[in-house]
Design a protein around this ligand. Structure first.
Ligand code: G4P
Length: 528
């Protein structure tokens, strides 16, 4: 290994930032992504990403459902350069249709940006995605959006972050006014005021000030807002958490930025601060211990596979997160699970709209590999035959439906399809554990039911009937002496494919009651 290549990899790793934006639908993720891409010059016009989101005829024909519904079903990746950094944004579907894919995509991120609507605060989908990031211990940065509208007070929002998500926060800037009165933000780190101006809201004036008591602020914002800013910041200085880089890096403290994505308020300073504070690509654990990104031997793992729903084009794309070394087009690597050498001939990298053939890529980058059916989620590719990355996490199903067949004559195909599709891992199948056997499917996102229905018809020629059930939680019961009679009230006991007992609950209260009643049992979120 030459010193030159080593230095090249180090340099490329240092400048990379790979992150995901997590939010609830409508918080403004598409808008923020678009502004970030504009700063990076990756797109020229506002509206490009939005147009893609709304387009009923996306150029990609990978996924028929994606086309039909005009949404990006599976997460993709956007890359741009800014101030010497190479930025990879992993897109997580913000739609209600998110799935295990969304969660898994977070394993490929080294940090997350949590986007919150100032009026709505912390919402359901944000909580779920936050918890996955939390478990990984990655740094989480918060952008509170839509400051041009009336919303909750910044203090209330900070309190909500702590109460609902259990994370302390440190405001990096502070709004001067809000809604119609919003005139700017005060940057607590740089001691400067960012003024939002102009009818089209596009002019932003940045003024250096001594501190938040500087008379310049009073001149600009008027007595009322200046008084309020002083009061707020005095309180923050006394009662708030100080900025602590180590805690931020450990995911224990979230830096908070206030702004308005659609008006471009606070977006650029957010981006600049974020790039300074966010970590470069991190190591990943494997059977050979942690693999450092600067390790010159190429390695990576597949975290997502995007299937083409069109039976005429069965091609799939496997998304690979590069963990170490340098990727070169056409290189040969070991497909560790299969114990085979494969050539990575047609890799693709993803920009806002187009897929480009990539010649070289580095740790932190995501590349799309053409998949003729040889990849599975979690597969490792490496230069050595025995390097396998840790298994990707699995997630507990949250939505359930009873499945049955419309035409009983198709029973054989139905069973085959059910068996094969649930084998892929994103749909769990359960059977009721008493007399008459019902088949119940459990998934993380509603979309998976639609995909199931679609594929059962397309690939197996079977029409299925799905009836939504009211369960919300599944817990695998580990107990040598399980007593099924104790699960009759408030829950339903079923068995998974392997015969493990699983209790399904309609609400958290029911689940807690069952836990109290069965103190010797373990309740696991996923199969043991
Ligand atoms: P999402 O991807 O998180 O689902 O959100 P998206 O960016 O599509 O934004 C949702 C709505 O919120 C959009 O309005 C968008 O314009 C608006 N929005 C985003 N950022 C801000 C902001 O800073 N302030 C205000 N007031 N609104 C914001 P829409 O009516 O659904 O679409 P459009 O017709 O305005 O494009």
């Amino acid at each position: 290994m030459t010193k030159q290549l080593n230095e090249e990899i180090q340099h490329e790793v240092d400048k990379r930032r790979t992150f995901a934006i997590i939010s609830h639908p409508d918080a403004g993720k598409t808008t923020l992504t678009e502004k970030l891409l504009l700063f990076g010059g990756a797109i020229r016009e506002a509206g490009s990403v939005k147009a893609r989101k709304a387009s009923k005829h996306a150029t990609s024909d990978w996924m028929e459902i994606e086309k039909q519904r005009g949404i990006s079903v599976t997460s993709s990746v956007m890359q741009f350069d800014y101030n010497g950094h190479r930025v990879n944004i992993l897109d997580t579907p913000g739609h209600q249709d998110f799935s295990e894919d969304t969660y898994r995509t977070l394993t490929a991120a080294d940090s997350a940006v949590m986007l919150i609507d100032v009026a709505k605060g912390v919402e359901a989908q944000t909580i779920k995605l936050f918890q996955v990031c939390r478990r990984r211990g990655i740094p989480i940065f918060t952008f509170i959006n839509k400051l041009d509208r009336e919303g909750q007070s910044p203090f209330d929002l900070m309190e909500e972050l702590e109460r609902v998500l259990g994370i302390r926060s440190v405001p990096m800037n502070w709004p001067i006014g809000m809604g119609r009165e919003l005139c700017g933000v005060y940057d607590r780190m740089k001691n400067q005021v960012e003024l939002f101006q102009g009818n089209d809201h596009s002019t932003i004036e940045v003024r250096k000030v001594g501190d938040f008591r500087d008379p310049v602020i009073r001149e600009m914002a008027g007595d009322y807002l200046a008084d309020q800013l002083e009061q707020d910041l005095e309180l923050l200085d006394v009662a708030g958490d100080p900025f602590d880089f180590e805690k931020v890096r450990a995911g224990e403290l979230t830096p908070v930025f206030f702004g308005s994505a659609v008006n471009n308020f606070g977006v650029q300073t957010f981006l600049e601060n974020f790039l300074q504070l966010a970590p470069k690509p991190a190591s990943r654990n494997s059977t050979s211990g942690p693999v450092e990104p600067t390790n010159e031997k190429f390695s990576g793992y597949v975290f997502k596979i995007q299937a083409n729903m069109n039976p005429a084009h069965r091609d799939r794309i496997a998304f690979l997160r590069i963990v170490s070394g340098r990727f070169e087009r056409g290189m040969s690597v070991k497909h560790v699970r299969m114990g085979k050498d494969i050539k990575l001939a047609q890799p693709q990298q993803f920009l806002a709209q187009d897929r480009d053939i990539v010649e070289a890529a580095y740790p932190g980058d995501i590349i799309g590999l053409f998949d003729p059916g040889i990849f599975r989620i979690g597969d490792s590719l490496a230069m050595s035959k025995d390097l396998e990355f840790d298994e990707l996490p699995t997630f507990s199903p949250e939505i359930f439906a009873k499945v049955s067949i419309k035409n009983a004559l198709k029973k054989k195909q139905y069973e085959k399809g059910l068996d094969q599709l649930t084998e892929e891992g994103t749909i769990q199948v359960f059977t009721t554990a008493g007399g008459f056997e019902d088949t119940i499917l459990g998934v993380v996102g509603q979309l998976q039911f639609e995909v199931f229905e679609y594929r059962m018809k397309g690939e197996y020629g079977v029409d299925v009937i799905l009836q939504r059930m009211t369960f919300q939680f599944a817990r695998w019961i580990v107990d040598d002496n399980i007593d099924p009679s104790k699960y009759r009230i408030n829950s339903t006991l079923v068995k998974d494919k392997k015969g493990n007992y699983v209790a399904l609950f309609e609400n958290e209260y029911a689940m807690r009651t069952a836990m109290d009643k069965n103190p010797t049992s373990k309740f696991l979120e996923t199969a043991p």
